[in-house]
Design a protein around this ligand. Structure first.
Ligand SMILES: Cc1cc2nc3c(=O)[nH]c(=O)nc-3n(C[C@H](O)[C@H](O)[C@H](O)COP(=O)(O)OP(=O)(O)OC[C@H]3O[C@@H](n4cnc5c(N)ncnc54)[C@H](O)[C@@H]3O)c2cc1C
Length: 326
């Protein structure tokens, strides 16, 4: 039987897989190239997390549970997964594009002596071979790549692949393989501090409010943060705002930033350049507020308000607050 498609679990560091895992597991199942299995490296898994992986379609979870796996260290993770891969011969090893998996899967591929297709936006089986599509030259071209030999290692861009539907009652067999004791050569993380905005992460959020150059300066984002807090949204930005140093790069939406697909995207003072749309056009509902009626964002917006955002945002926040309190 063909080897399995392994999906490396990205978790929330609290013992629960992140939402993006529905996309990775869903895509592995859709490819139909082999059994879908999850590999979870954690210091503490939760029963709820294991149930969730089963419901999302993993037939087996390789649970590598050890205090040495948190905080994440690429050399520890890659040694463990390389050892398991040598034993189990998976056909493919997939993970989401996150800061740690980007590094970990590159190191793992090097250790296995195989290629890595990074930041894939599409995957397909071509006969018996996996073919990956990935943007190159800042998204100007799409390259189709295949591997000279397996296992095929790839990182998948979040919010691009269709998520698996969770099916209650579907369960995964949990295997706890015995592996060589983890040895760390490096200790880098002494302390980890979460940015404490109290707002959800951009790539995981169901609602995103985004501010562009029309915000006029970094100090004005506080009005978007106030609104975001009311409705549980993440705050994003255009590249113009990021390049101006108003917001950190991890908040950038677009071709050279994050790809998002929330239930609701609201853009304030964002013109809707093609490179920005590339990162948010699959949002379910798009709302745009811009004082220029010709702004391109209105072409893809479901609801548009031609107005000064500095008048609209406080009013909207007040009304949303009333609605949320009902
Ligand atoms: C290779 C490449 C990659 C790129 N990648 C990205 C990317 O990943 N993400 C991205 O966003 N861009 C990207 N860009 C840049 C992109 O082309 C645009 O320059 C950028 O998106 C513009 O940002 P903006 O909409 O905030 O600014 P602008 O285009 O300057 O638009 C500002 C808007 O705010 C409106 N406005 C001003 N004041 C108010 C007000 N008081 N109330 C309401 N509306 C107001 C204006 O009418 C205007 O429409 C990339 C460009 C290149 C060449």
């Amino acid at each position: 039987m063909a080897g399995a498609f392994w999906c490396i679990v990205e978790d929330d560091r609290q013992g629960r897989p992140k939402k993006v895992m529905a996309e990775i597991l869903g895509e592995a199942a859709r490819l139909g190239g082999g059994p879908v299995e999850a590999v979870w490296l954690t210091d503490k898994a939760s029963e709820a997390g294991l149930t969730q992986l089963g419901e999302l379609g993993a037939t087996r979870v390789w649970l590598l549970e050890n205090a040495a796996y948190a905080p994440y260290r690429s050399e520890v993770w890659s040694a463990a997964v390389a050892e398991l891969a040598a034993r189990e011969s998976p056909r493919a090893i997939l993970g989401p594009v996150t800061s740690r998996q980007r590094e970990f899967l590159a190191r793992l591929a090097a250790r296995l002596g195989v290629g890595l297709a990074a930041d894939c936006v599409a995957l397909a089986m071509d006969g018996d071979t996996l073919v990956a599509t990935r943007p190159v030259y800042a998204g100007k071209l799409l390259a189709r790549v295949a591997w000279a030999r397996g296992p095929w290692v790839a990182t998948l861009r979040p919010n691009v692949f269709r998520p698996a539907d969770a099916q209650g009652g579907r369960t995964a067999a949990v295997e706890r393989p015995s592996l060589a004791a983890p040895t760390a050569q490096m200790t880098l993380v002494e302390r980890r501090e979460e940015a404490s905005t109290g707002l959800p992460e951009l790539a995981e959020a169901e609602i995103v409010v985004s501010g562009g150059r029309g915000m006029k300066g970094p100090e004005n984002y506080v009005i978007l943060e106030d609104m975001a807090r009311v409705i549980g949204a993440a705050v994003g930005a255009s590249r113009a705002a990021v390049d101006a140093g108003w917001r950190p790069h991890r908040h950038q939406i677009g071709q050279t930033g994050r790809t998002i697909s929330p239930k609701l995207y609201m853009g304030f003072g964002v013109s809707g350049a093609i490179q920005h749309l590339a990162g948010m056009r699959t949002s379910k509902v798009i709302v745009a507020v811009n004082k220029d009626p010709e702004a391109p964002i209105f072409k893809i917006a479901d609801y548009g308000i031609v107005a000064d955002l500095f008048e609209v945002v406080p009013q909207l926040t007040t009304e949303l607050k009333k609605l949320m309190e009902k």
